[in-house]
Every structure is written in structure tokens, then in C-alpha cells.
Design a protein around this ligand. Structure first.
Ligand SMILES: C[S@@+](CC[C@H](N)C(=O)[O-])C[C@H]1O[C@@H](n2cnc3c(N)ncnc32)[C@H](O)[C@@H]1O
Length: 294
């Protein structure tokens, strides 16, 4: 089976879920179906509710999960709306996973504009039914709005300079592609990378992607709602890939523990093993936080 996207820390998740046979697992960010696959394969009689905003990803995941088609149900919506969309009353849920961001399938797409390494139209929408694209942001937002996005969602240095350069470039025509934007970024930060250094465009693209897809909107409220809708002993798994999101999850888990609604299962986040990082270098920045509903 070729997933294109290796499911990060899937062994750790399956180990924590071991013993919850027959349980219902909610995969809030299905992607290529990697985590769902390992859960369906390793947890006997388990069933999965599989959610994604991206219809292309759902179609791919359906192929990857074909052998389990009688144990998985697919939905296309934003997971923060889960409790409005699906009635989980009286369902015995073993776990819920949020693994946000984008998959390798999306990152490597030549049409979707997520990667600074692929020349493509500046789109960056996961949900293709939404209107706002990265092109709109780059070509119509004011300087102070751009600065706020770059600093707030990418902790980008010299954000003011970058926003200014974008506005100046706009005077001579629209910035249409990922490579046009990358060129502006490289003019400010340079393009000579030291070994192991991340390209300066990575943080700018991350910031744009988070903003365009409203990735942090509603997440805190969603985490707060989980214990009101799911049964006791259900595990909440949250994988994060950048510090802004991890701080948010840590804060919310601590709050819920203070309210006696969850028990944090590991005092510190879990990290991928060396072996996993070698197999899947993009897992390097991942952190897994786990809590159990009381
Ligand atoms: C990192 S990938 C998940 C990979 C998946 N766990 C796997 O192993 O194949 C993130 C996926 O979540 C989806 N996604 C991100 N935010 C979402 C949201 N708010 N609601 C639903 N799906 C979302 C993306 O479209 C993408 O397919």
C-alpha cells in the first residue's frame, strides 16, 4: 500500500488505543487515510468516522481504505463542526484524532499552491468550495494585514519588509504563482541555505496557508466541547507541527484537566522516534498530545 503520506506516530496511537476493540474512532483529518488504516487494521472490530474538508483527499482515502469499506464512513466538512453534523449520543467512542495541516498528497500537488518548491497558481485552499485563496490575500490585502498574518501565523521575521516588497511588486501586476512569491521572499532573506536550514519561504507559506484555511479558528472551542459529547475513557489525540498550534492545544488540555474533564495521559508531548524521522523526515517537527476524558 502506497500512502504517499506516512501517518505520523501511528504506532504510538494504536498502542494507546489497544484494548478498545469494537470502539468507534473519529479521524477528524482523514488525509490519505493513513491513521484510519492502521486503526482499522490493528484494532479488532473498530469502526471509523472519517472527516476531511478536501474532496480530492477523501477520494484517495476511499481507495486506500477499500478493504475496510464496511467499517468506515466518510464525511466532507470542517471537523470543528463535528458535533453539529453527527449525533454521537450513545456511541462508544474509543478515540478522536486531529492531525491538521496538509498531507504530502496536497503538498506535492502541482495545482494547489501549497509548496514553495512547486510552481503553481497561488491557491492554498483545502476546501475548494471556499472563495478566499492565497492569491486574493497576496494581491488585495493591505500592508498591515499582511504583516499581521506573517507574524501571527508564521512568526516571520522582517514581516514589514516583506509586506512592503509585496505591495511594491503589485504596482507592476498581480503576483500569480508560488514561484513569483518565492522570488520576492528570496530577495529579502536570501536563498543560500546552510545545511539543514529551512527555506525562508516555508514560514511565509505556512502563515498564508493557516490564514486562508482559518486553521486555528474554532479549534479551542472544539476541544472544549469534546468532553461534553464523547464518553468517558475516550482518548483525544492532537498532532501539531508548529509552536502556535501546540501552545493552543497545551493550554486547552491544561484548562480541561483543571476543570476535571480530562486526564492528560503524558505530561510532555510525545515525539517521533529517530527511526520514524529517517523514514519520514516531515514528521520531525511533530508533537503528539494525548488526553483521556474522565
Ligand atoms: C496532515 S493531513 C492528515 C494525514 C492523515 N492523518 C493520514 O495519515 O493520511 C491533514 C488533512 O486534514 C485535512 N484538514 C485540515 N484541517 C481540516 C479541518 N478543519 N477539517 C477537516 N479536515 C481538515 C486536510 O485537508 C488534510 O487532508
Amino acid at each position: 500500500m502506497n500512502f504517499l503520506h506516512y501517518p505520523v506516530m501511528n504506532k504510538e496511537i494504536v498502542n494507546i488505543l489497544a484494548g478498545s476493540s469494537k470502539g468507534l474512532f473519529i479521524d477528524c483529518t482523514l488525509g490519505m487515510g493513513g491513521h484510519s488504516y492502521y486503526i482499522l487494521k490493528n484494532i479488532k472490530n473498530s469502526k471509523v468516522i472519517a472527516i476531511d474538508v478536501d474532496d480530492e483527499s477523501i477520494e484517495q482515502a476511499k481507495i486506500n481504505l477499500k478493504e475496510f469499506s464496511d467499517r468506515v464512513t466518510f464525511f466532507r466538512f470542517n471537523y470543528v463542526d463535528l458535533f453539529k453534523k453527527i449525533d454521537l449520543f450513545n456511541k462508544r467512542v474509543s478515540g478522536i484524532l486531529i492531525d491538521p495541516g496538509i498531507s504530502m498528497f496536497q503538498l506535492r500537488s502541482e495545482k494547489r499552491g501549497f509548496s514553495h518548491n512547486i510552481d503553481s497558481y497561488l491557491d492554498m485552499r483545502k476546501d475548494k468550495t471556499q472563495k478566499l485563496t492565497a492569491y486574493d490575500v497576496i494581491n488585495s490585502f493591505k500592508e498591515d494585514q499582511l504583516i499581521k498574518i506573517f507574524e501571527g501565523y508564521g512568526e516571520v521575521k522582517k514581516a514589514k519588509e516583506l509586506a512592503k516588497a509585496i505591495i511594491e511588486k503589485r504596482l507592476f501586476g498581480c503576483i500569480k504563482t508560488t514561484f513569483e512569491l518565492k522570488k520576492i521572499i528570496e530577495r529579502i532573506y536570501g536563498n543560500r541555505l546552510k545545511k539543514g536550514q529551512v527555506h525562508p519561504a516555508a514560514k511565509v507559506f505556512q502563515a498564508l496557508r493557516i490564514f486562508v484555511n482559518r486553521e486555528l479558528e474554532g479549534v479551542e472551542n472544539f476541544l472544549k466541547e469534546i468532553p461534553n459529547y464523547l464518553n468517558s475513557r475516550a482518548k483525544i489525540f492532537f498532532l501539531t507541527y508548529h509552536s502556535i498550534e501546540d501552545r493552543l492545544v497545551k493550554k486547552k488540555f491544561n484548562f480541561l484537566e483543571g476543570e476535571m474533564k480530562v486526564r492528560i495521559l503524558k505530561p510532555f508531548p510525545m515525539f517521533p522516534s529517530e527511526a520514524e524521522i529517517i523514514k519520514n523526515p516531515t514528521s520531525k517537527s511533530a508533537k503528539l498530545r494525548v488526553a483521556e476524558i474522565i
